[in-house]
Ligand binder design. Structure first.
Ligand code: SAH
Ligand code: SF4
Ligand code: F3S
Length: 458
């Protein structure tokens, strides 16, 4: 059967099962790549006639789109799926499904189905486009369904997207990852690197700008290796050049950049661009060369710092954010201190910090790991303290300045608007809800810890 036939079949069968519009609840964990997948899943569900619920209690179809990057992420999913048991007992017609990176690990997928026999459907990251077929199968055969693997060489360009990021849109530039950093599960669950054709990306971005989106973020696990394997290879800097040429009032961001493939050309394009903010998320993971080698990151501290120096040379106002891992197997306290000194040297405006979490099947998971979790937690706290100091210093530097801010939402607790500067700092300021999704000129009045406070300039 064709996808269209599955879609109308599911529409009809769901129509018979529930009165009114069937409702779906999709909860996405993990990175923006997963968020983008979630938007495709919702696009398909909408085609199949589903509306969307804000809570699992109201839904006829519940889907957890999972992340496997750290153990904690997986534990949360097990907890949250388990909590659906009572709901399912009360409403046997409820459909429960799990997809995403966790399910691409066969043993985890099997454990999920065994532990929670009420999970109806489990599917992996490569078969999202087959959701209509899987739902159709489930509704006709009434048995547990699991579909993993099936990675294809080509990229599907025909999956509808139901965006829910307000004025911000996620656009996948490339799928998968070939880097095999020794601690990381992503290459195993996301498959090989595949780049979308530049004309498809440009076309999608042009439509988004025309539709009024104010911020486009290009996604890929390592956007700097974009273009390998295309019929006519185009590098990432060139892709950015083509996208920046789209006329309109919008920001163009991208993530994630791997330092081993970041080029001077990339920073030159950023410096010359009209739409790319002077900010880059450039994960360094560790400031110590031996640890970087063990991580299989394929750059060293000197190379990382020379990228930072070059970026600052061509864009003196550039800001940096980064990811860092504390307690990689075999890391000593002295080696950890190299990470702290790199943080002091670069002065990141924000850091995403993680304690190393062993992922079964990765190379690092079988390395000796003598340092206790308690000890790693102490190092982690030490690092956070240093970063907090740096972040608040960075914030203080901006006091009194006027920033162009994209208003993202109204902060529920404070009732203030929350927006982001070009440099990716959050500013809270009073203002009306109608500004959400718009750019605003905001004068920074004070720095409170990590956050800026401000007021709208007339
Ligand atoms: N592709 C991106 C990052 C993807 S995962 C990159 O290369 O930068 C996001 C972050 O999670 C990583 O940058 C890393 O800091 C962290 N991470 C990945 N695997 C981890 C693990 N096993 N334990 C702890 N942190 C991990
Ligand atoms: Fe993981 Fe490394 Fe790939 Fe990033 S580049 S997804 S850290 S293997
Ligand atoms: Fe998690 Fe998968 Fe992203 S493992 S971090 S959701 S690619």
């Amino acid at each position: 059967m064709e996808t269209a036939a599955y879609i109308s079949d599911v529409r009809q069968r769901m129509g018979e099962r529930v009165s009114g519009t069937p409702l779906a609840f999709v909860r996405t964990y993990g990175c923006q790549q997963n968020v983008a997948d979630g938007e495709k899943i919702k696009g398909l569900l909408a085609q199949m006639g589903f509306g969307f619920a804000d809570s699992p209690e109201e839904a006829d179809f519940i889907l957890f789109n999972t992340c496997a990057v750290r153990e904690h992420a997986e534990d949360r999913v097990f907890g949250n799926v388990g909590a659906l048991k009572h709901l399912k007992r009360r409403r046997p017609g409820l459909i429960v499904a799990v997809c995403g990176c966790m399910t691409e690990q066969q043993p985890v997928a099997e454990r999920l189905q065994k532990t929670f026999p009420f999970v109806d459907l489990v599917f992996g990251t490569h078969v999202i486009h087959r959701l209509p077929e899987l739902l159709c199968q489930l509704l006709t055969e009434q048995r547990q369904i699991m579909l993993l693997g099936h990675e294809e060489k080509t990229i599907r360009e025909d999956i509808p997207i139901r965006r829910d990021g307000g004025a911000r849109a996620w656009v996948t530039a490339m799928y998968g990852c070939d880097n095999f950093c020794s601690y990381c599960i992503v290459p195993y669950v996301r498959g090989r690197e595949k780049s979308r054709r530049p004309e498809d990306i440009v076309g999608e971005c042009r439509e988004l700008v025309e539709a009024g989106y104010k911020e486009i973020t290009l996604l890929g696990q390592n956007v700097n290796s974009y273009g390998k394997g295309l019929a006519q290879p185009v590098n990432f800097a060139e892709l950015l050049r083509q996208l920046d040429a789209i006329e309109g009032d919008y920001r163009l961001r991208f993530m994630t950049s791997h330092p081993k493939d970041a080029s001077k050309e990339l920073f030159d394009v950023m410096a010359a661009s009209k739409h790319i903010p002077h900010h880059i998320h450039l994960p360094f993971q560790s400031g110590n060369d031996r640890v970087l080698g063990e991580m299989n990151r394929r750059y060293d501290r000197t190379k990382y710092l020379s990228l930072i120096a070059y970026a600052r040379k061509v864009m003196p106002d550039i800001t940096f954010t980064s990811d860092v891992i504390v307690g990689f197997p075999g890391e000593s306290y002295e080696e950890f201190l190299d990470t702290v000194s790199l943080i002091r040297q670069v002065e990141f405006v924000n850091l995403f910090t993680f304690i190393y979490s062993p992922r079964p099947g990765t190379k690092a998971a079988s390395m000796p790991d003598p340092v206790s979790h308690e000890e790693k937690t102490r190092w982690f706290a030490e690092l956070l303290k240093v970063q907090e100091e740096i972040a608040s210093q960075n914030c203080r530097k901006l006091a009194g300045s006027v920033q162009r801010v994209l208003v993202e939402n109204k902060d529920e607790k404070s009732g203030l608007l929350s927006g982001r500067t070009a440099g990716s700092l959050t500013v809270l300021f009073p203002g009306g809800e109608e500004l959400v999704g718009q750019f605003a000129r905001v004068e920074v009045t004070e720095a409170r810890g990590w956050n800026l406070r401000g007021r709208i300039c007339k």
